[in-house]
Design a protein around this ligand. Sequence first.
Ligand SMILES: [Zn+2]
Length: 190
Amino acid sequence: MTKDKIVLPGEQVSTSEELGPGEGTFEEDGIIKASRFGKYQVDQKNRTATVKPLTSVPVELKKGDIVLAHVGMVRSNMIIADVIHVIGQKRAISGDTNGTLRVSEISQGYVKDPATEFAPGDIIRAKVTQVKPSIQLHTKDRDLGSIKSLCSKCRHTLQKKGNILECENCNNKEKRKAAQDYGTFDPNKL
Ligand SMILES: [Zn+2]
């Protein structure tokens, strides 16, 4: 991987044979992965992989922003997702980033259980419908939803095959409310 590449949380940046896990990264089964959205850099002195936040003046979230969010918890009536990036802004986000996606805001159609649409670790593209007192999101449009999901069994990135996501490593099939451009999103072309 080249230096200064922008990476998504959960994305592989190196291996533990090459580098140790440094700031903004963690190790999982010998793979060094990004724990946050940011720039991948190698700390040559300490031989560690690091992911630094995008620098410059932080941006405040606004209603109507299209954002990337990292799904944390999936509850019976909502999803909790950390807003990691505002599309079109090469900046870190200031203040609260803890977003809520209610079950009624996931899809145009009726959704009974959020767990059928998203899973922890998903990177989703969502629209901000409210900022205060809490960040509210929706993913109803075709270009909104998951842009990158990991296999719940083996953690490999799932590939879109028609309306289903498939793991090429273990053949596991999973359902998501996927964005129409699922799998083609490149954070370096923001
Ligand atoms: Zn798998």
